[in-house]
Design a protein around this ligand. Structure first.
Ligand code: CUA
Length: 336
């Protein structure tokens, strides 16, 4: 290679490197950053994307150059020159990727360590996944909720588990995702940095209702969070049975699978409950509406409405709900 060609190659390579970094910097592929961890994760992601873009452009550029420069010319029927190889070149192209991989490992480890740094007195929230709802328990306050509320700026320690199959607890705006595995408790530390509402998703195929297994995290100011906690602590027995029944409908995750306009539920995995008060008596011959509903809650497999799958509804509601809660819920459903 003469001097001019070397200069050209160096120039083109430098242009590709610059383009790669520009592309990686200007691309905005990630959702809003709503936790302190999100900032670190996005920096790492951008850096990786930049490195990968540069490698891609250099490798593809070299390939394109070789294809054009050393193509077979018309009339050239000769073999290529017999070359054994080039030990120095092979050492170089082994060392460079090894150094890059070591840098990536080092940087990733630092991001992981920084984002999992425990702080004093985090807020503990126990997350239970089940087909197809999320439930959040605040052990300090003794509250269970279907909606996740968090105060901004305070570290949260999620203790994540599952009641049935493997799910995955995912809050894209927080850049956190952790499997919910039956029989195990997975810990996850994160500090919300942004007031607002953000989506919670299930990121592990867990059955027919997987796509609808969503919820929301509401990040409040500390004062709003305290007010919400106080509101949750007020007894559900406010004297209004419909209100209490709607609370049960939320607490036990019924809304995840059933549609019921009055409870603002639109699940599609289980039978629609609008109008159930009229149809319950006709479902099973010789069984009164009230008994039909009670048995369907306690023993979901006893009568499965045609067109719906057996084995999806939790069969332990009889142990989890109090007899009063069941009575109230049955009476409420009869009125729908
Ligand atoms: Cu739970 Cu997918």
């Amino acid at each position: 290679m003469n001097g001019r060609r070397i200069a050209t190659v160096v120039l083109v390579a430098a242009a590709l490197v610059g383009l790669g970094f520009l592309a990686a910097r200007s691309l905005d592929l990630m959702p809003e950053q709503a936790s302190t961890r999100a900032v670190l994760v996005d920096q790492l992601f951008r850096w990786l994307l930049g490195v990968a873009t540069v490698i891609f452009l250099i490798v593809q550029g070299g390939l394109l150059y070789a294809v054009i420069r050393f193509r077979r010319r018309p009339g050239d029927e000769s073999d290529g020159p017999p070359i054994h190889g080039n030990a120095r070149l092979e050492i170089v192209w082994t060392l460079i990727p090894a150094v890059i991989v070591a840098l990536i490992a080092f940087y990733s480890f630092r991001v992981l360590a920084a984002s999992e740094e425990p702080e004093d007195s985090p807020l503990v929230v126990e997350v239970s996944a089940r087909q197809f709802t999320w439930q959040f328990h605040y052990p300090e306050a003794g509250i269970t909720s279907a909606e996740l509320h968090l105060p901004v700026g305070r570290q949260v320690r999620f203790e994540i588990t599952s009641d049935d199959v493997i799910h995955s607890f995912w809050i894209p705006e927080f850049r956190v995702k952790r499997d919910a595995t039956p029989g195990q408790v997975a810990e996850l530390l994160v500090t919300p940095s942004q007031i607002g509402r953000f989506a919670i998703r299930c990121a592990e195929l867990c059955g027919p209702g997987h796509a609808t297994m969503t919820s929301e995290v509401v990040v409040d100011s500390p004062a709003d969070f305290a007010a919400w906690l106080a509101g949750q602590r007020a007894p559900a027995a406010s004297g209004d049975p419909a209100q209490a029944a709607r609370a049960s409908f939320d607490r036990y995750g019924c809304y995840g699978c059933h549609t019921l306009a009055d409870a603002q539920a639109s699940g599609s995995v289980g039978p629609v409950l609008d109008g159930i008060g009229q149809t319950a008596a006709t479902r099973v011959e010789g069984l009164q509406a009230q008994e039909y509903l009670r048995q369907s809650i306690l023993e979901p497999g006893a009568f499965v409405v045609p067109g719906y799958a057996d084995g999806l509804m939790p069969s332990n509601l009889g142990e989890r709900m109090t007899p009063e809660e069941i009575d109230t819920l049955v009476a409420y459903l009869l009125s729908q």
